[in-house]
Design a protein around this ligand. Structure first.
Ligand code: GUN
Ligand code: ZN
Length: 434
């Protein structure tokens, strides 16, 4: 069960910010052989074609760039239908748009339909792995995982835990959220390519008791993930101080419940103080950098350089529906501008690293996905260098691959994603869409 893909190929070997080794590998005419859904070999086509067994199918990708599938470190599948909702910042946006939409996911059939649409959008954007919020309803997560399993995607998701400061129809309680999460873990965690994430929405919508229950689950299942929001919006931070008077900081409210760690991912982290930065680093917690959301909701400008200095894992994320695009290329575009607004610079390599291997590191999955090392799962995308007249013309003016990458990162979107492959199977073809 081998197949060979020929084209320009780029992937990362390490973080561009750590200078200990060559951080990327590029083949202008490369050959990647896949066997049983895993990377078998990667080399120059001139050499590889000579040794290719005659019965192995050879798939040619002219005018394209093959790279690992994108990793989106924070997204909400039930918010697909509120993307681009007008006029509000975080707390008002949640009440006015998000909570009513999430209420509909009580209905499993509805959740299933929306899960399929969400996955179509992810794959169209070239995203093969994501860390995903469901709703408070257990069945929303069942619907999501069932849809992922059918397509054999590597995904992480969890049921929202939320026992206060939300509409009645969207709240659970500490005991039921513990029991429902436990059932879902037993059913889905480590099943095929799926993993479970304990998902307390954010400190304002969980009682101290509920956060403790989330922490209890983490200690009972040491290889489980945890996802939540942290320090996104100034009104939110003031509110957390009122709700958790005994906590030293926003992060401390999570820390006291035992929610930090290598498999914990905190979205946003825009307004952290020095001590919070330090605890994030010490605890090896990860950050999801969500530039389109942070700009759209007027939340602020994430300090990526500080995270780099603290050696904290950061992955790029769309945060749809607070975010405005499923496209990780468009997310890179906005990330670049966020750093510009801070007076910092986001390097071209770092942009693409954050969306691939950096995301995989943040999700503690870099032994399985994120690049094309031998044995890794064959999740990859084929970017079309001629996808629009403007991109075609602009790429023709480029003198090297780095310049080309930058143009794709700034101008590219789902139109640039010609194909998406997951575990060696084609799961999206732009030109064969119904
Ligand atoms: N904080 C709590 N819930 C949410 C959410 O759904 N989206 C964003 N961006 N921030 C949140
Ligand atoms: Zn979010």
């Amino acid at each position: 069960m081998k197949q060979a893909h020929r084209g320009s190929i780029l992937h990362f070997l390490g973080d561009p910010d750590s200078a200990d080794k060559q951080c990327y590998e590029y083949f202008s005419d490369g050959l990647m052989i896949i066997e049983n859904g895993h990377i078998h070999s990667l080399c120059d086509a001139a050499q590889g074609i000579k040794n290719l067994e005659p019965d192995v199918p050879l798939i040619e990708h002219p005018n394209s760039l093959i790279m690992p599938g994108f990793v989106d470190c924070h997204i909400h599948f039930p918010q697909t239908e509120v993307i681009a909702a007008y006029g509000e910042q975080l707390l008002q946006w949640l009440n006015k748009y998000t909570f009513p939409a999430e209420g509909k996911f009580k209905d499993k059939t509805y959740a299933k339909t929306m899960a399929e649409q969400f996955l179509n959008e992810l794959l169209r954007a070239g995203t093969t792995t994501a860390l995903v919020f469901g709703t408070v309803h257990k069945q929303s997560v069942d619907a999501f995982f069932e849809a992922c399993e059918q397509r054999n995607l590597r995904m992480i998701a969890g049921k929202v835990m939320m026992d206060r400061n939300a509409p009645e129809y969207l709240t659970d309680d500490p005991e039921s959220s513990y029991a429902d999460s436990k059932d879902l873990i037993e059913k889905w965690h480590n099943r095929g390519r799926l993993n479970y994430a304990i998902t307390p929405r954010f400190a304002p919508t969980s009682s101290k008791e509920q956060l403790q229950k989330a922490g209890q689950l983490l200690s009972e299942y040491p290889d489980i993930y945890m996802q939540t929001h942290l320090s996104e919006n100034l009104d939110e931070i003031t509110w957390v101080k009122e709700l958790f008077p005994e906590s030293e900081s926003y992060l401390d409210a999570y820390d006291r419940a035992g929610l930090l760690g290598r498999r914990s991912v905190f979205a946003h982290c825009i307004h952290l103080d020095d001590k919070e930065w330090q605890r994030m680093a010490e605890s090896q917690s990860g950050i999801a950098f969500c530039p389109t959301s942070n700009l759209f909701l007027g939340s602020g400008l994430f300090n990526l350089n500080r995270a780099v200095k603290e050696k904290i894992n950061v992955g790029l994320a769309t945060d749809v529906g607070g975010g405005t695009s499923f496209s990780m290329l468009q997310t890179m575009n906005e990330a670049y501008k966020v750093l510009q607004m801070r007076g910092d610079t986001l390097s071209i390599l770092k942009m693409f690293y954050l969306a691939t291997l950096g995301g995989a590191e943040t999700l503690d999955l870099s032994d399985k996905i994120g690049n094309f090392e031998i044995g890794k799962e064959a999740d990859f995308i084929v970017l079309d260098k001629t996808c629009t007249p403007l991109i075609k013309m602009r790429l023709e003016k480029c003198s090297d691959i780095l310049e080309e990458l930058f143009v794709l990162g700034i101008l590219g979107d789902d139109r640039a994603v010609k194909q998406t492959w997951s575990a060696g199977q084609k799961v999206h073809d732009r030109d064969q869409i119904n």
